[in-house]
Design a protein around this ligand. Structure first.
Ligand code: ADE
Length: 228
């Protein structure tokens, strides 16, 4: 899978893809991430990519031309399956969307800054808008990093234990059950007996019950069939 990211602050994305699981994904050539500085397509030699908003009001708006030129150039060697704009005024990202995106070959993520991007780019180019939560970040870069991480780890061959993503929280609209590691007794607190019983069926049943309990307690909305 190839993910291109368009940003005015490429430095913000130097580190997130260079460690741990995403690093491995890149080394195994399962994921390629290309970060592009939008100023390469600026409208003048001052690197201008934004301007005042029509109608007045504080804050700049990212202009159409630099973004359109960037997308057109990046699509010269193949169109994007999805052109995503990350913005707080969009539908919220979740595991289902991560699963869907992990099946794509080539996606572009546009990071907004200031007041966001000109609506005409959203109308003409953007195929999907994603918010990562009901709060406003200073730019879309961290949101893009979240999406790349959530999608990248789902690509076949990225996680060592191929099955482990299947048991993540949210894969079946349930939060994950609790987990324990050694020692068996820590400061007087004992690991649940069932995890030591050696019977995989009993352990699976317990994990399922705990996942349901956890979900009912912390995120009851996930158990609502309309969420499925
Ligand atoms: N840009 C600024 N805030 C954001 C958010 N919550 N989600 C996605 N992109 C953003």
């Amino acid at each position: 899978m190839r993910i291109d990211i368009l940003t005015v602050v490429p430095e913000l994305l130097d580190s997130p893809f260079s460690h741990s699981i995403l690093k491995r994904a890149k080394e195994r050539d399962l994921l390629q991430v290309y970060v592009h500085n939008l100023r390469k397509w600026a409208i003048n030699k001052h690197g201008q990519v934004d301007d005042y908003q029509y109608g007045g009001g504080a804050g700049m708006v990212m202009m159409c031309e630099p973004i359109a030129s960037a997308i057109d150039e990046l699509q010269e060697d193949g169109t994007f399956d999805e052109i995503i704009y990350v913005t707080p005024d969009a539908k919220q990202f979740n595991q289902k969307t991560a699963n869907q995106l992990s099946l794509k070959e080539k996606i572009l993520i546009i990071c907004g800054h200031y007041k966001g991007i000109d609506q005409r780019i959203r109308d003409q180019y953007v195929t999907m808008e994603i918010s990562i939560g009901d709060y406003v970040l200073s730019g879309g870069e961290l949101a893009a990093a979240v999406i790349v991480d959530a999608v990248g780890r789902l690509l076949p061959g990225v996680l060592n234990d191929e099955t482990s993503a299947l048991f993540d929280s949210f894969q079946d609209n349930l939060l994950a059950p609790p987990v324990y590691t050694r020692p068996e007794v820590w400061r007087g607190k004992q690991v649940p007996d069932v995890l030591l019983c050696g019977d995989p069926k009993r352990i699976d049943d317990w994990r399922y019950e705990e996942a349901v309990r956890n979900t009912r307690e912390k995120r009851p909305g996930l158990l609502d069939p309309d969420n499925a």
